[in-house]
Ligand binder design. Structure first.
Ligand code: THU
Length: 131
């Protein structure tokens, strides 16, 4: 699956977003190393801390179904600009592989690709716990 195709899956997943408070809909599409795609959307909560981002929804779906080897994750929002993962999601993505590709797109469908280790330099990982 190409980067653009994965991004298109994120665009579709965005339509399921439950974002009545921020009105900021986000979709994510997570590609596993064996070629499966797990999608996710943001799910908000009136008690705002209960909100889950699209990226983590997709990751938790995959993990809960026995898949934790990830190649790439694409993210789409409605604001027409590149939407990069928030800090918490960066940490969760990093947990499952420092080379996971982050794919973002803008309103012109221009695609940018960057690795999670570039987005989260000096990220904390299990290696730090085992010193
Ligand atoms: N959000 C995501 O789902 N992913 C991101 O990368 C950025 C933020 C959601 C969380 C919340 O529902 C809304 O966007 C506004 O922060």
């Amino acid at each position: 699956m190409s980067e653009k195709e994965l991004f298109q899956e994120a665009v579709k997943a965005k339509e399921y977003a439950y974002a009545p408070y921020s009105k900021f809909k986000v979709g994510a599409a997570l590609l596993t190393k064996d070629g499966k795609v797990y999608t996710g959307c943001n799910v908000e909560c009136a008690s705002f801390g209960g909100t889950n981002c699209a990226e983590r929804t997709a990751i938790f779906k995959a993990i809960s179904e026995g898949n934790k080897d990830f190649e790439a994750i694409a993210i789409a929002s409605d604001n027409g600009m590149f939407t990069f993962p928030c800090g918490i999601c960066r940490q969760v993505i990093f947990e499952f592989g420092k080379d996971i590709k982050i794919i973002v797109g803008d309103k012109n469908e221009e695609i940018k690709v960057i690795s999670i280790k570039e987005l989260l330099p000096y990220g904390f990982s299990s290696e730090d716990l085992n010193q």
